[in-house]
Design a protein around this ligand. Structure first.
Ligand SMILES: O=c1[nH]cnc2c1ncn2[C@@H]1O[C@H](CO)[C@@H](O)[C@H]1O
Length: 285
């Protein structure tokens, strides 16, 4: 087999983030170099705590966690936190004990910059939350865009309605200015929007099967999924949940699972369509 792909997961755990992190840790195709944290599903401090906790659950405390930004790229502090989707603790209101581990001293952006410099062209960042940390890395280090191999991100609603409002998907809405910096950076980006992830559903029957499994993460995931299922039932009237973050993670593990359209993206940063992802298909001449 080819050498595993080096990935750093930028994450706001988050129930579907937890699933994605476990998928990554179970995939020999990728080598998880670190987790960087961001606000979104929870505030950044809690995201760091949850990232450390998930690595302890997985028995992978060898993987470093670098804490990310507490504010948007424009220093905004009025964050939209999706605790109504993931529970107050971000992990299905399970009251897990605090993790023993601590984040590293480096900030998320500094860690991203360092790893990209250490392995030029080899590191893939998988962005599962608002794109503040990645935009900060781009702004802080003019070489970062060249050094980073690829960015795979869960974000955007391409030619469909958003999930925050008709225009915007949650991760892009969380920091539209940062998202526009990322999309215009010239980095090779693979964006998985909710136009894709709304086609990837974990059904009630799937969860039943998971409950029967004695796989390493099955029981844990069944527990935390309870709250995620009840949110989807309330919001979408479905007995199933969207696998947003796991789908994006799988796109990094095995890009051939999904088909893509090539083009460029800009993000609307003002007005009622703030957070809208506008896609221009490169095929048009
Ligand atoms: O309605 C919603 N509002 C805010 N966040 C949401 C909603 N639905 C899902 N997510 C969360 O945002 C990302 C996908 O956009 C996922 O992390 C998902 O868990």
């Amino acid at each position: 087999m080819a050498e595993p792909k080096k990935i750093i997961i930028d994450t706001d755990p988050g129930i579907d983030d937890a699933m994605a992190i476990f998928v990554a840790l179970q995939s020999p195709e990728v080598d998880v170099m670190g987790l960087t944290t961001i606000y979104g599903n929870v505030y950044t401090t809690l995201a760091t705590r949850n990232a450390l906790h998930l690595l302890e659950i997985a028995g992978r405390t060898d993987i470093p966690v670098a804490e990310g930004s507490h504010v948007t790229i424009t220093k905004g502090t009025k964050l939209r936190i999706a605790d109504f989707v993931h529970g107050a603790d971000g992990l299905g209101n399970q009251n897990f004990p605090p993790p023993a581990g601590k984040p590293i001293e480096q900030s998320a952006a500094a860690f991203l910059i360092e790893q990209a410099k250490l392995y030029p062209g080899e590191v893939t960042v998988v962005g599962l939350g608002p794109l503040t940390n990645i935009a900060l890395a781009i702004e802080l280090d003019p070489e970062f865009s060249k050094n980073i191999g690829q960015i795979v991100l869960l974000g955007g609603a391409f030619a469909v309605n958003g999930n925050v409002n008709p225009a915007a998907e949650a991760n892009i809405f969380g920091d539209p200015e940062a998202a526009d910096i990322v999309f215009t950076s010239g980095v090779d980006i693979l964006a998985v929007g909710i136009n894709v992830t709304h086609q990837v559903v974990l059904t009630d029957a799937n969860r039943e099967k998971l409950a029967q499994s004695n796989g390493k993460f099955a029981q844990y995931l069944c527990k935390i999924l309870e709250v995620y299922f009840s949110y989807h039932c309330d919001a979408y009237n479905t007995k199933g949940v969207y696998l947003h973050d796991p789908t994006a993670l799988l796109a990094a593990v095995n890009p051939s699972l999904i088909t893509y359209t090539e083009g460029v993206v800009r993000v609307q940063t003002s007005g009622i369509t703030r957070g809208l992802t506008l896609f221009y298909n490169k095929q048009k001449r």
